[in-house]
Design a protein around this ligand. Structure first.
Ligand code: SAH
Ligand code: DHB
Ligand code: MG
Length: 223
C-alpha cells in the first residue's frame, strides 16, 4: 500500500461522507493563502472529531493547537447552541486566520481563541478555577504533550474525553532512542495515557491523506 492508494481512498471516503462543504473548503483555501502549514486534520478525521464530540454530548470543548481553525470548526459544529469551545494558539497570524474562518463558519458566539503559549493559558485556566471540559483535543507542539495531558486531567471530570493527534508519526513512535523531542514527547504521552489510573485509553493507527499516523483516545474514569 502506498500514499497514492491512501489518498485515493481518502478522496473516495471524503466524497461520500464529507460531500461539498464550502465552509471547510474556504477554511483550507484561506489557511493555505495565509501561508499556514498543512497540518490540519483531514476531512474524514475532522468529521470523526465532530462525531465523537456529538456521540459524547460534549458541551464544553478545549482544543490545544488551533492553526487556521479547521479542527476547531469541526469540533464546534458538534456543540449545542449554548455550548462553548476554547482553543489555544501561540501564533498570532494563525489565530487571526482562525478567527476569520470561525466567523465565516458562523461559530463566533460559541468559540474563543486564547493567543499565547498554551502552557500559560492552561495555567491561567487552572488558577481561575475554569469549570471542567467535556472533551479536550491535544494537537499543538508535541514535546509539551506530557504537560498538556497533566493540565487536561486538571481541567477534566469523570467522563471527560481526551484525544491526542499524531501519536504514531510514520512509526517513529517506536524509536526509544530518538533524539527528536517530538517523538519523545509522544512516547511519554502514550505511556502516561496507558499508566494513569484515572484514565482508560487506547491508540489507533491511521493512514490517509495525512500519511501514516494515529490518534490516542482516553476517558476519565476516576477523580
Ligand atoms: N488542530 C489543528 C492543527 C494544529 S497544528 C487542525 O487540525 O486544524 C499545531 C498548532 O499548534 C500550530 O498552529 C502551532 O502554532 C500551535 N502551537 C505550537 N506550539 C504551541 C504552543 N506552545 N502553544 C500553543 N500553540 C502552539
Ligand atoms: C505536524 C503537526 C500536526 O499536528 C499534524 O497533524 C501534522 C503535522 C507537524 O508539525 O509536522
Ligand atoms: Mg495534528
Amino acid at each position: 500500500m502506498t500514499q497514492e492508494t491512501w489518498n485515493a481512498v481518502d478522496d473516495y471516503l471524503t466524497a461520500h461522507f464529507v460531500p461539498a462543504d464550502p465552509t471547510m473548503e474556504h477554511v483550507l483555501t484561506v489557511s493555505q493563502n495565509a501561508g499556514l502549514p498543512p497540518h490540519n486534520v483531514s476531512p474524514t478525521q475532522g468529521k470523526l472529531l465532530m462525531l465523537l464530540a456529538r456521540m459524547h454530548g460534549s458541551r464544553r470543548i478545549l482544543e490545544i493547537g488551533t492553526l487556521g481553525g479547521y479542527s476547531t470548526i469541526w469540533l464546534a459544529r458538534a456543540l449545542p447552541p449554548d455550548g462553548h469551545l476554547t482553543t489555544l494558539e501561540i501564533d498570532a497570524t494563525a489565530a487571526q486566520v482562525a478567527q476569520s474562518n470561525i466567523d465565516h463558519a458562523g461559530l463566533r458566539d460559541r468559540t474563543a481563541i486564547h493567543v499565547g503559549a498554551a502552557l500559560e493559558s492552561l495555567r491561567a485556566m487552572v488558577d481561575n478555577d475554569e469549570p471542567p471540559f467535556d472533551l479536550i483535543f491535544i494537537d499543538a507542539d508535541k514535546p509539551n504533550n506530557p504537560a498538556y495531558l497533566d493540565y487536561a486531567l486538571r481541567l477534566s471530570r469523570r467522563g471527560s474525553v481526551i484525544i491526542g493527534d499524531n501519536v504514531i508519526r510514520d512509526g517513529a513512535v517506536l524509536d526509544s532512542d530518538s533524539d527528536d523531542p517530538r517523538v519523545q514527547g509522544v512516547r511519554t504521552f502514550n505511556e502516561q495515557l496507558a499508566n494513569e489510573p484515572r484514565l482508560s485509553a487506547t491508540a489507533i493507527q491511521t493512514v490517509g491523506s495525512k500519511g501514516y499516523d494515529g490518534f490516542a483516545l482516553a476517558i476519565v474514569i476516576a477523580d
